[in-house]
Design a protein around this ligand. Structure first.
Ligand code: RFL
Ligand code: PHB
Length: 401
């Protein structure tokens, strides 16, 4: 459906990934006018294969705000994960350790559900609308310049939220002198596949092996999602299906266990990066989700951090609109960054724990095994893993219900 190009709104949102769509949803249902600009078309956004694990807090916000019908019908509640290393298998039991659990429900499904809700509600969501730049963020009428249906337009708002991912334009509107970035790039990538084969496990398997990391996840009782660690510059052309299955079987090897194989329907390589930009606000521009931070996917935190950012921001914006008080907008960056850095640390730790690195020496390998043994033999260590994996409660949720 084509929309007239809007010129004014209260909150301009750039990007229709999980961050932008959820923010739009939370504000729209509380009567706040928003416009979402998305530079890709709808089928592209709905098919982009990414994350698959929702933390308890993300599940809670979708449920509490009427966006959980798909998740509750098709999501798979999971109460634990398996750590596999040195030919052994160990379960981490989340509810027993920390009283929380997670949901396997693909990011693509969350995105489809939120798009459907927004379009049903008749709220503006423009596909193939590319934000070109953001200006005036130090004043009280910031503007987004955007291209839509071959013409350039200006959207003037009270606030602009950049939910436009790592490569977006929002972050660039913050003057260089006003921001700092922190970054780490890892010497490996993940090759991810979707395969039409029932999962060979009931819960996710995180496997550490001398040949590298592998992860067995799933999308449904019929579809498996698998990842294998590859060199950073890996070319898909060098990874025919047989080589992928061989690498996976080798890395998951466990006596009495067999990996089921089936037709691979999608393949991609994802580089691994940690990245944080500070602060997450400049004047009337706010950054949320991957626009502000990236984690390597090992801790399954990317999508969940995006949801946490916008939950916090939506409640701060609603408070400002209801009372005129800006204090919660003023503390948004600091509040969000506290959670972001916790997740950065967890994702970094899980990544370092499970991958083999070209820089590794035998000492490093022994340290990994010692850490893995500690996680599976100490209740305190396992509780820390469970608490981080299932996520901290979401701040600000009460105000949004
Ligand atoms: P998104 O999902 O990247 O959405 C940003 C949206 O902004 C649009 N956009 C623009 N729109 C208008 N004008 C512009 N100038 C624009 N520039 C960009 C984009 O088209 C897009 O629709 O960010 P968001 O909403 O912050 O959500 C974050 C999550 O998507 C992300 O953290 C996770 O998916 C990270 N991630 C993974 N996380 C996991 O936990 N497990 C995974 O397996 C996993 N796989 C992945 C991933 C991220 C990837 N990226 C970003 C390259 C695989 C990939 C390939
Ligand atoms: C996924 O299902 O895509 C997935 C699950 C757990 C992760 C990363 C990705 O840590």
């Amino acid at each position: 459906m084509s929309h007239p190009a809007p010129a004014r709104t209260r909150v301009a949102i750039i990007g229709a990934g999980p961050a932008g769509l959820l923010l739009g949803h939370l504000l729209h249902r509380k009567g706040v006018d928003t416009v979402i600009l998305e530079n890709r078309d709808r089928p592209y956004v709905e098919r982009r294969q990414r994350a698959g694990i929702l933390e308890q807090g993300t599940v809670d916000v979708l449920r509490a705000t009427g966006a959980a019908a798909g998740m509750d019908a098709r999501g798979l509640p999971h109460d634990g994960i398996e750590l596999r290393f040195a030919g052994e298998s160990h379960r981490i039991d989340f509810p027993a350790l920390c009283g929380r659990s997670v949901m396997v429900y693909a990011q693509t499904e969350v995105v489809k559900d939120l798009i459907a809700l927004r379009l049903e509600a008749g709220a503006p969501l423009l596909f193939e609308a590319e934000a070109l730049n953001v200006t005036g963020i130090e004043g009280d009428a910031p503007q987004v310049r955007y291209r839509y249906e071959g013409e350039e337009h200006t959207l003037t708002a009270e606030y602009v939220v950049a939910c436009d991912g790592f490569h977006g334009v929002g972050r660039r509107a913050v003057p260089d002198a006003a921001r700092r970035t922190f970054e780490r790039v890892y010497p490996f990538s993940w090759l991810g596949v979707l395969a039409d084969v029932p999962p060979s496990c009931d819960e996710l398997i995180y496997a550490h092996s001398p040949a590298g990391f592998a992860l067995h996840s799933m999308r449904s009782p019929e579809v498996s999602r698998l990842y294998v660690q590859v060199p950073p510059d890996a070319d898909l052309a060098d990874w025919p299906d047989e080589r992928i299955w061989e690498a996976l079987s080798d890395r998951f090897a466990l006596d009495g266990w067999k990996l089921g194989t089936g037709p691979i329907t999608e393949k991609s390589v994802t580089p691994m990066r940690s990245f944080v930009t500070e602060p997450m606000r400049h004047g009337r521009l706010f950054l949320a989700g991957d626009a502000a931070h990236i984690v390597p996917p090992t801790g399954a935190k990317g999508l969940n951090l995006a949801a946490a950012d916008v939950t916090l921001l939506a409640s701060a914006l609603l408070h400002r609109f209801a009372t005129g008080d800006e204090s919660r907008l003023d503390s948004y960056s600091e509040d969000a960054l506290a959670r972001v850095w916790r997740a950065e640390h967890f994702s970094y730790t899980m990544t370092s724990l499970l991958h083999t690195s070209p820089e590794d020496d035998p000492f490093g390998h022994r340290l990994q095994l010692a850490h893995l043994r500690y996680l599976v033999s100490s209740e305190a260590a396992a509780t820390s893993l469970a608490e981080n994996y299932t996520g901290l409660p979401l701040p600000g949720l009460d105000a949004l219900v």
